[in-house]
Design a protein around this ligand. Sequence first.
Ligand code: RIB
Ligand code: CA
Length: 327
Amino acid sequence: MENHVKKYIMDCDPGHDDAVALILAAKHLDLLGVTTVSGNQTLDKVTTNALKILEVIGRTDIPVYQGSENPWIQKLETAPQFHGESGLDGPRVPAPTTKPQSMHAVNFIVETVNKHQQLSLIATGPLTNLASALQMDHTISERIEEIFIMGGSLTYGNWTPAAEFNIYVDPEAAYKVFNSGVPIRLCGLNLTRQAFVNEKDLKVLEDINNPVSLFCRDLLDFFISSGGRKAPFKGAVLHDVCAVAWAIDPTLIKAVDMHVQVELQGKFTRGMTVCDYRHTGDQDPKTDVNHDPILPPRGESPNCTVGLELDVERFFKLLYGTIESYQ
Ligand code: RIB
Ligand code: CA
C-alpha cells in the first residue's frame, strides 16, 4: 500500500530565488524530482544550476530532469540583468559532478503523476513544462493534488507594467495551466514582494556560518546588488521561496479564492493575470482597499487560491531555521 505522504515535483529556472526555494523544499518536502525550464537563463544553464544547488546541500539523491528549451509560442526572454550570465552569479561553485536524468522533464511529470497519489507540483519558473505535460496527457489534471505557482500578480507586473516574468515568458503555457481545472495556489507579486531581503539579511546568513548559509549569502549579495535600487529600497525579493513556504506551512499565507485568467491578446497587457477580486466574499471595506460594496453580476467561478498576506516573521523564521539546520 503506497503511503499517502504528500509528494512533490519542483519545476524551476534557477535563478537566485529558485535556489533558496529549492534549499527550503529539499529539507521539508518529499521531492521526487526537480525539473528545469528555460526562464531566468537558458535551459542548459538553469539545469547546471539545479545540479549545483543540490550538490551544495548534499542532496544529489534528488534527480534532475531537463525540460523545455523554449516557450510555446514567443521567443525566449531571459533575465541575465538580475541573475547574471550563469543564472546563478555570485557564489563560486565548481561545475556539478552529477548529470540530469535522460528522461525529458515533461515525460517525468506525466509518468510520476500517473504513478503517485497526492502528488503536488511547485512551479517557480515559466509554466512551459507543466502545460506540455497537461497537453501530453490531459487526464493528469484530475490526478494532480494542487499546483503552487510563483507567478502573476493581483496588482501590477515586474517585467511589463501588467505582467510578471514567469507568466510573461510563456503566456500560452500559463493559459493552459490556469484553465486546466487543477487547484492552484498562486503566489503573485502582490504577495511575494513582502518577502523582501536586504543587506541586514546578509549578516544573518554570515552569522549562521555554515556552507549552505554562506552559499545563500553570496547568492543574495549578488541578487540584492543586481536589483539596481538605492538605499533604503536596495534589496531583493524571495519570490519563489513563498511558493515552497506555503506548501510547507499553509498558515503562513492569508489567501482568497478567485477566478484568474491569463491575457493573451492585449497589446499592453499580454501575460497579465487578470484576477477577479470582485467576488472574494465580505471583506471589511475599512481594511480591504480592494473592497467594492457594489455586488457585480457573478463572474467565473474561482480557479485559484490567491495569496494576499504573508506572515513575514514566521516566513523568515522558517527560512533561516532551515538554513541553520544544514550542517
Ligand atoms: O517574477 C519573479 C519570478 O521571475 C521568479 O520566479 C524569479 O526567479 C524569476 O523567474
Ligand atoms: Ca524562478
